[in-house]
Design a protein around this ligand. Structure first.
Ligand SMILES: Nc1ncnc2c1ncn2[C@@H]1O[C@H](COP(=O)(O)OP(=O)(O)O)[C@@H](O)[C@H]1O
Ligand SMILES: Cc1ncsc1CCOP(=O)(O)O
Ligand SMILES: [Mg+2]
Length: 262
């Protein structure tokens, strides 16, 4: 974990290309912008080449996929691989919907993904391990989260973030755990989508994927925890607004005093 990456990211203001879902697209754009990245969303395959050329990194979110969008994901992902631009995959609800699972497996077979970011239900499904996912949420299960994340990372030869009350980050060998956060994240739809796109923003700093992924998890979780401490009413909508503000203000020094990372 390297909090200097936050300063680097803000100095670079990297363009993050998002194939977003239509539920959380504005939250993701505003969260990226607040942190110090430059978001761009695209839904048209004809502009894939130009988009990848201007982008520093790409985040592919399966949230509201269509056949047209899946084709766009494949084209954008392949172009990003050819151009050496890092790719993040958010496999929304692959643990609950078999069609999505097949789409994710097809994408992972035809592209190299640098980081997969999902909740326990999503990462367990991709790891081929038992878990009861519930829609877009993690659901219930009893497995060892570190083992699940490592199995997924080794299977797809990439870095994996299994997020939740504790975020587990692994490249298959190295493991980090971020214990910061607040249960308010679960009450606001889109927290996971935002994390996936912030991971893409940190990957643009050119650092080791494992370090960049950890730093993204820490910055978001710590920002949420700081907001939760200051809110007078712990409500999901006020949390979401205050979180965007905090992402624009939070400093490495502030995070350093409260980080719980192992
Ligand atoms: N109970 C919790 N306590 C603290 N942080 C949480 C909790 N649940 C989720 N988070 C945080 O919320 C963000 C989104 O994670 P998660 O809820 O797992 O994704 P998704 O929305 O895709 O299910 C992560 O930054 C994670 O650390
Ligand atoms: C509600 C919903 N339906 C399809 S995508 C989506 C948003 C998922 O957001 P997140 O996984 O970040 O909570
Ligand atoms: Mg999600």
């Amino acid at each position: 974990m390297d909090l200097k990456l936050l300063t680097t990211l803000r100095a670079q203001n990297p363009i993050v290309l998002n194939i977003a879902n239509f539920v959380t697209v504005a939250d993701v754009a505003n969260g990226l912008n607040a942190l110090g990245a430059s978001p761009i969303m695209s839904a048209e395959v004809q502009e894939a080449d130009a988009m990848v050329q201007i982008a520093g990194t790409v985040c592919i979110n399966l949230g509201t996929l269509t056949e047209l969008q899946i084709n766009q994901m494949r084209v954008v992902g392949k172009l990003a691989n050819q151009a050496g631009k890092p790719v993040v995959l958010d496999p929304v609800a692959v643990g609950a919907i078999p069609y999505r699972y097949r789409v994710a497996r097809d994408l992972l077979a035809s592209l190299h993904v640098d980081v997969i970011r999902g909740n326990a239900g999503e990462i367990a499904a991709l790891a081929g391990l038992d878990w009861q996912a519930k829609g877009i949420d993690a659901g219930a299960g009893h497995g060892d989260l570190v083992h699940i994340a490592q199995t997924c990372a080794q299977r797809f030869d990439c870095c994996v973030i299994l997020s939740g009350p504790t975020d587990v980050i692994t490249d298959g060998t190295r493991i980090a755990q971020v214990h910061n956060g607040t249960p308010l994240f679960q009450q606001h739809v889109g927290s996971g989508d935002l994390l996936s796109s912030l991971v893409a923003a940190f990957l643009a700093t050119g650092n080791d994927n494992f370090e960049a992924a950890q730093t993204a998890c820490l910055v978001l979780a710590a920002s949420g925890e700081l907001v939760a401490q200051q809110l007078t009413a712990s409500r999901p909508a006020s949390f979401a607004v205050a979180l965007i503000d905090k992402l624009s203000l939070v400093t490495p020094a502030e995070i350093e005093t409260m980080m719980k990372i192992e």
